[in-house]
Design a binder for this molecule. Structure first.
Ligand code: HEC
Length: 206
């Protein structure tokens, strides 16, 4: 039997390494090993393919203008506020056309939250948490409106309109006067009623 097998191998040119004593068909074993080696060899080849795909022709770095278009965060001290200005008087018109349908007459709330409140309303059975009662920084109002409002058409207001409607919401809360102009200088100086209502989380390192 063995002789016959050896002859067959010689005839077919099949390599015979007796890797596993007792195992008769070491030719089959070799073939399997070969397949396995081929498979493992394919793994680095695949990885190399992914690397070269990243290097060549797929995706691109974002340009400075594109990053700037997304990088619109405004800090509490006003860092990032754009040029432009507006007061409550103009803001009332912006509000009428662009905000009232959802936020109600004079910021009283409608389908959506209202804007008028006082910190005292944060205490008690029925609390009210809104711009007037809760928000510690006026700059957030500009940031939020610019990035997200009007809810159905964000990004459609000019910076002047956003300053104006911000001024109007502050005016409704009795925080600024009707003709007080809000801009990159004045808005960060506005002191919101609940500014002192926040404490630092003691678990966080300074
Ligand atoms: C089509 C409806 C709609 C319109 C129009 C709209 N808003 Fe809103 N607004 C929303 C909704 C909905 C939310 C709540 C969003 C959320 O919680 O994610 C919201 C939330 C807000 C908040 C956050 C309030 C809070 O206390 O959390 C502000 C500020 C705001 N809107 C300002 C404005 C201003 C200013 C305008 C007009 C320029 C405007 N919105 C127009 C639907 C609208």
């Amino acid at each position: 039997m063995r002789k016959l097998e050896a002859r067959r191998r010689r005839a077919t040119g099949e390599l015979s390494v007796n890797c596993c004593p007792g195992r008769k068909d070491s030719g089959e074993q070799n073939r399997r090993m070969g397949r396995r080696i081929a498979l493992w060899a394919a793994v680095p080849a695949l990885a190399a393919g992914i690397v070269s795909a990243q290097q060549y022709g797929l995706g691109r770095s974002a340009g400075t203008d594109e990053i700037a278009a997304w990088d619109i965060t405004i800090g509490p001290q006003g860092k990032g506020l754009p040029h432009g200005a507006g007061a409550a008087r103009e803001g009332a018109q912006v509000y009428e056309v662009r905000c009232k349908e959802c936020h109600g007459e004079a910021g009283a709330g409608g389908d959506q939250v209202g804007f008028v409140g006082k910190p005292e309303q944060l205490v008690g059975e029925k609390t009210v948490r809104n711009v007037g009662s809760f928000w510690p920084y006026a700059t957030t109002l500009f940031d939020y409106t610019r990035r997200a409002m009007p809810f159905d058409r964000p990004g459609t207001l000019t910076d002047d309109q956003i300053y104006a409607v911000t001024a109007y919401i502050l005016y409704l809360n009795g925080i600024v006067g009707e003709d007080e102009t809000m801009d990159a200088e004045t808005l960060p100086q506005v002191k919101m009623p609940n500014r002192g209502g926040f404490i630092r989380d003691p678990r966080r390192k300074p």
